[in-house]
Design a protein around this ligand. Structure first.
Ligand code: PMP
Length: 443
């Protein structure tokens, strides 16, 4: 329960042992719930908290308008958008909220076709298939791509949906040290001889699973090196771009564009629409043969209701804005803003003395707390000053690597970011998490 998704933790007790005990039992009760209709950069959250003055439990509820530092709304498309929103409403009227059918039954509309063409074109692959849920895109695709007799080599910090997809496949799974191409090579060498043709191996197939930006660390994948190792050992590359597609790269096309990797060298490109596109669902992009194969075999295509038409329209429209096809130039502005905002925020936190992990250009910025007992205090003190931060603790990350994970949006204004920095700095002093030497803060 104690994961990033439930992390608005306004527990009002100063006693950390109390908090730790309660966290494991009453976590659902204590965390705040977002109640705003749209995940805008400012949103309303309702939070309940326990007050243990005089050892009597009192529970109070209140609604607070907060600066949202936790949403994956990287480009701001999840808030009302002048181009996307009217088109989504028009689609809602024309098609209804749901197709109530899998793709192979009555669930394929003209929008689904248009969306798949648009996604393939956007990510730079010959074809794409879309699904109603990002999580299920991984869990349903991996078992049909690889099975018993196959070898999966997975980054140690891959997302839960990748882990469960890999486990569900029945393939042999090996893990390589997070983002370490030399260790990937070592694992590959333990399992196959260099240069051995695919047909002479004991493995039917070898697939390496990585993410474009690691969701809890904000680190960019060392994709060029990983692709080189995979080429050398003739292993397929499966890249999850949930947090990178739309968010990084000169024209928003993700880590391949940012790191100068040819998309032809990434065999399976996976991504979700729940972040940069402000919608829901996921995609797989690849060769025409791969996509055709998934259309015949993927349970998420055959047995699950297709992506909702308004959600599909939201993605089509936001891609048009990103590509500048709406004629407003807002796409390029948004891309420049998310990069500037992320890099500004990261460097200011570092100057203040926080231990910040991840890479420049990544909108995911994690501040290390280490001690899990500091999680509630950090969240509560930020919330008192109307700043909502998602906290990441066990089991989303190792218990003693607890952290506050900030997600930056192109919609955050400079004032928003300065306010957040001021609050986080005060909270950092209060709970003692400025582990590096502070440098001068420019405003
Ligand atoms: N892959 C990764 C790397 C993720 O971080 C997530 C969720 N944040 C998913 C897949 C699942 O995506 P969704 O939330 O769109 O279902």
């Amino acid at each position: 329960h104690f994961s990033s998704l439930q992390g608005y933790a306004p527990i009002c007790s100063g006693q950390e042992d109390f908090i730790v005990r309660r966290l494991y039992h009453r976590v659902q009760d204590c965390f705040g719930r977002p109640i705003s209709s749209a995940p805008d950069v400012w949103f309303d959250i309702v939070h309940r908290y326990s007050n243990d003055n005089n050892k009597t439990m009192r529970r109070t509820s209140k609604v607070t308008r907060c600066l949202n530092l936790g949403s994956y709304n990287y480009l701001g498309f999840a808030a009302a958008d002048e181009y996307c929103t009217p088109r989504v409403i028009e689609t809602l009227n024309r098609f209804s909220p749901s197709t109530c059918s899998p793709r192979v039954d009555g669930g394929t509309t003209t929008l689904h076709k248009e969306l798949e063409e648009s996604v393939a074109n956007f990510v730079g692959k010959p074809a794409a298939i879309v699904f109603g849920m990002g999580y299920a895109t991984n869990t349903a695709t991996l078992p049909v791509l690889i099975g018993k007799g196959g070898l999966i080599i997975s980054d140690s910090l891959n997302h839960n949906s990748i882990i469960n997809g890999a486990r569900g496949s029945g393939a042999t799974i090996r893990v390589f040290q997070h983002n370490t191409p030399s260790h990937l090579e070592e694992v590959l060498r333990q399992h196959i001889a260099e240069g051995q043709p695919r047909t002479h191996r004991r493995w039917k197939k070898i697939v390496v699973l990585v993410e474009g930006i690691y969701s809890m660390e904000g680190e960019l994948c060392k994709l060029p090196e990983i692709v080189a190792v995979c080429k050398k050992y003739k292993a397929y590359v499966y890249l999850d771009e949930a947090h990178s597609i739309g968010a990084v790269g000169k024209t928003g096309k993700g880590v391949c564009e940012l790191l100068g990797v040819d998309t032809a060298d990434v065999d399976v490109m996976m991504g979700t629409f729940t972040k940069s596109f402000g919608s829901c669902g996921g995609y797989i992009a690849g060769s025409k043969e791969l996509i055709q194969y998934l259309k015949y075999t993927s349970p998420a295509h055959l047995y699950a209701t297709s992506i909702s038409p308004p959600a599909a329209q939201q993605i089509i429209s936001s891609i048009k804005v990103i590509l500048g096809e709406d004629g407003s130039g807002r796409g390029a502005e948004k891309l420049a803003r998310i990069r500037e905002n992320s890099n500004f925020f990261r460097s200011e936190l570092q100057k203040m003395g926080f231990e910040v992990i991840g890479d420049y250009d990544s909108p995911v910025i994690s501040i290390m707390l280490y001690n899990p007992a500091k999680i509630p205090a950090f969240s509560r003190e930020c919330l008192k000053q109307n700043v909502a931060v998602v906290m990441s603790g066990f089991p989303a990350v190792p218990l003693l690597l607890s952290r506050a994970r900030i997600c930056i949006s192109a919609c955050h204004t400079k004032e928003d970011l300065l306010k957040a920095l001021e609050v986080i700095s005060q909270v950092g002093d209060l709970i003692g998490i400025k582990y590096s030497l502070p440098k001068k803060l420019d405003k």
